[in-house]
Ligand binder design. Structure first.
Ligand SMILES: Cc1cc2nc3c(=O)[nH]c(=O)nc-3n(C[C@H](O)[C@H](O)[C@H](O)COP(=O)(O)OP(=O)(O)OC[C@H]3O[C@@H](n4cnc5c(N)ncnc54)[C@H](O)[C@@H]3O)c2cc1C
Length: 640
């Protein structure tokens, strides 16, 4: 294994802007720039033809905000409502979009094209051969079809926002054309919930609380809008060319978007049927059969406890408002934090999705292949091509990890608990740059979502023990036996760690690989490397204790030093909890409680420290550093 060169890298999977550039982007967020560009775009001119521009995140007619706004605008004039989808094969390659997801997008477009055609509304497919051509292609369409008003739903990733800014600027140069981009992906507009001090909310727990309060006091946030009304029949003749455009077939797509064969394609299509009706049926089944036990079962992958709606959410095939409205009805119209415990637990996951979009807007560098916590950009990752390949193939020799990776390869989906474990294993046990894993997920998942995936992969100090995790989350080993058939016949707890728990002869008969790395050794290596910066900060406090400062303060250690020492002990406890943390539900909660309590003490001590005399500046400075480290630690582990 060799250390790989630090980014910026020539490898596309690892490439990202410099730290300086990232800071500039955060200071001047593209979302704000788009909002500014759009204010110059609103036109009070008369409507002619009105366009809705579909993106791969709003593929539905039901409760589609921008489509509805376009339909309303079209009714004000004598023109027609037109719809367009901009197909960019190079974007699909750039993002590494999986064959399963690409096909899901195309299938949904086909369904919408039929639905719209019945309403005499064309859904034209416009292809941009190059990424840089997208804005120009849109403008060509606008000019050719005498569009007066164009509508779209906002995508929150930096590249997509920049594309829209470009379009908004081009529209400004046109006479009597306007462009409006609306918020549609979430119940609460990303960036809108603020802290008490008026800053953006970056921490989940308070965000979740505020989200629940806001949706309770403002039930209209769940209001939905109707599907568009029909165009006049004459549209069929006038826009015949548009009605004739075809959604690209598999054969038209790049090589990297091809399934291995028709068997794989059919299997994926069966698992993930396209269309809003299929998504809403899935929701209905989930509410009837699974949500009631979601709180208890959600971490047990053998029970397949989730809704499997992620593919539908991430392509916008279902509307989050519509889903939550139905969920509230199921909850007897009680708010999400009252009534059924399963409902509260499930809706919390949906709030995670909303929070992650909020983060994309307020920390935009996060969608540019950089961690939110930039400290992790300094971790010295290693190159281990053999380990990486085994991780891809599900042959690492760690059953829980291999089961997860094989589920991903077979179903284009992986249970959340396995996503957490396989990502921890790649980052912490193999010490491979987490961005390689993030990319592999994009290339495989049907539900790939830049925001959820990037933030799911955000590096942290947590290292899961995949054997302990398997014993807690898959207690009977059913999930492992399903996905790792070599272990089907292994009885009892040996299935969790066959190499360690079976005799040599028994193990060799299985035809299953031995572990690629030793868990204990590799976890210790990761802790040494990943925790190094945090430990440096606690060392700072130790230095303060014995420093000249100490002597200047006299024989007795000053109160500041005592405080600093206590701080260090609190941080050490938090750290020890992180190291011990198994992440399984019961233990995880216990750990969270302790860490939270300690963190409160850290804050309190620091307040005391600050009240002390200026002579103790050094200790206060060190205390600040520790507090920051402790907060980051808790934040990374989801405690804050
Ligand atoms: C490393 C990693 C990568 C991930 N990559 C993706 C991804 O590319 N796309 C994606 O949609 N989710 C991703 N997730 C989040 C989560 O694993 C999936 O959303 C979930 O497993 C989907 O299954 P489900 O629809 O049955 O979820 P359910 O349990 O039924 O939850 C309902 C919905 O809530 C949202 N949700 C659930 N869990 C999370 C979460 N942890 N974070 C954010 N939203 C959540 C999803 O939209 C999901 O469909 C990732 C998580 C991790 C740890």
């Amino acid at each position: 294994m060799s250390k790989h060169a630090r980014s910026p890298s020539s490898d596309d999977v690892l490439r990202h802007p410099t730290t300086k550039r990232a800071k500039e982007i955060d200071k001047s967020p593209p979302m704000t720039l788009l909002e500014e560009a759009l204010t110059k775009n609103k036109g009070d001119h008369k409507p002619r033809n009105v366009l809705h521009w579909f993106r791969a995140k709003d593929l539905r007619l039901e409760d589609n905000r921008a489509l509805h706004a376009a339909a309303q605008k079209a009714k004000e004039g004598k023109g027609y409502l037109l719809a367009m989808y901009l197909h960019s094969p190079k974007d699909l390659e750039w993002h590494g979009t999986s064959p399963a997801r690409t096909d899901f997008i195309m299938e949904n477009l086909r369904i919408m094209q039929d639905q719209l055609q019945k309403r005499h509304i064309p859904l034209a497919i416009v292809t941009a051969a190059e990424r840089g051509e997208k804005a120009a292609k849109v403008m060509e369409f606008v000019q050719e079809h005498d569009i007066s008003h164009m509508y779209a739903n906002i995508e929150y990733e930096v590249d997509e926002l920049r594309r829209d800014i470009k379009v908004a600027k081009l529209v400004q140069a046109e006479k009597e054309v306007s462009f409006e981009a609306l918020h549609d992906q979430t119940v609460i507009v990303p960036g809108e919930l603020k802290t008490g001090a008026g800053g953006p909310m970056k921490v989940f727990t308070p965000y979740h609380k505020a989200w629940l309060a806001e949706t309770k006091s403002e039930p209209s946030l769940l209001d939905t809008v109707p599907v568009p009304e029909e165009n006049d029949k004459k549209a069929a003749k006038e826009f015949k060319k548009l009605f004739d455009t075809k959604v690209p077939s598999l054969a038209d797509l790049p090589d990297s978007k091809q399934f291995e064969g028709t068997k794989e394609r059919d299997q994926i299509r069966k698992l993930w049927p396209a269309g809003n009706a299929a998504g809403m049926k899935r929701l209905g089944d989930f509410l009837q059969k699974k949500i009631g036990t979601y709180a208890e079962d959600r971490s047990n992958p053998a029970l397949d406890p989730g809704s499997r709606l992620s593919a539908y959410f991430s392509t916008g095939v279902v509307s989050v408002r519509e889903v939550l409205k139905k969920t509230k009805e199921f909850n007897k119209n009680k708010h999400f934090d009252a009534g059924d415990a399963g409902v509260a637990s499930w809706v919390r996951e949906i709030v995670f999705r909303e929070h992650y979009r909020q983060i994309m807007v307020v920390i935009p560098h996060n969608s540019l292949n950089l961690p939110q916590n930039m400290k992790f950009d300094n971790v010295q990752w290693e190159d281990d091509p053999d380990g990486l390949q085994k991780w891809y193939d599900g042959t690492t020799g760690v059953p829980f990890i291999d089961a997860g990776m094989r589920q991903l390869n077979a179903e284009a989906y992986m249970h959340n608990r396995l996503r957490m474990n396989t990502s921890s294993y790649l980052r912490a046990n193999l010490l491979i740059d987490y961005r390689r894993g993030e990319r592999w997920f994009a290339e495989k998942l049907i539900d790939w979502d830049l925001s959820n995936n990037t933030q799911g992969w955000e590096p942290s100090y947590t290292v899961f023990n995949p054997v302990v995790q398997a014993e807690k989350c898959d207690p009977d080993g059913d999930y492992i036996r399903k996905w790792v058939p070599e272990l089907k016949g292994v009885k009892g707890k040996a299935v969790f760690a066959p190499h360690a728990r079976l005799s040599k002869v028994e193990f060799e008969k299985l035809g299953y690989p031995k572990p690629h790395v030793d868990y204990t050794e590799s976890a210790a290596r990761a802790k040494a490397s990943i925790f190094a910066d945090l430990l440096d900060q606690t060392k700072g406090i130790a230095a303060a204790e014995t420093s000249e400062e100490h002597h200047r303060l006299g024989e007795q250690p000053g109160r500041a030093i005592k405080c600093a020492y206590d701080l260090r002990m609190d941080v050490a406890t938090i750290e020890a909890n992180v190291v011990e943390m198994t992440g399984a539900d019961g233990k995880g909660r216990e750990w969270e409680g302790v860490a939270r309590q300690r963190l409160k003490r850290v804050w309190e001590k620091l307040r005391q420290l600050k009240k002390l005399s200026a002579r103790e500046d050094q200790a206060i400075k060190e205390g600040e550093k520790v507090k920051q480290g402790a907060e980051e630690l808790c934040w990374c582990c989801g405690v804050m």
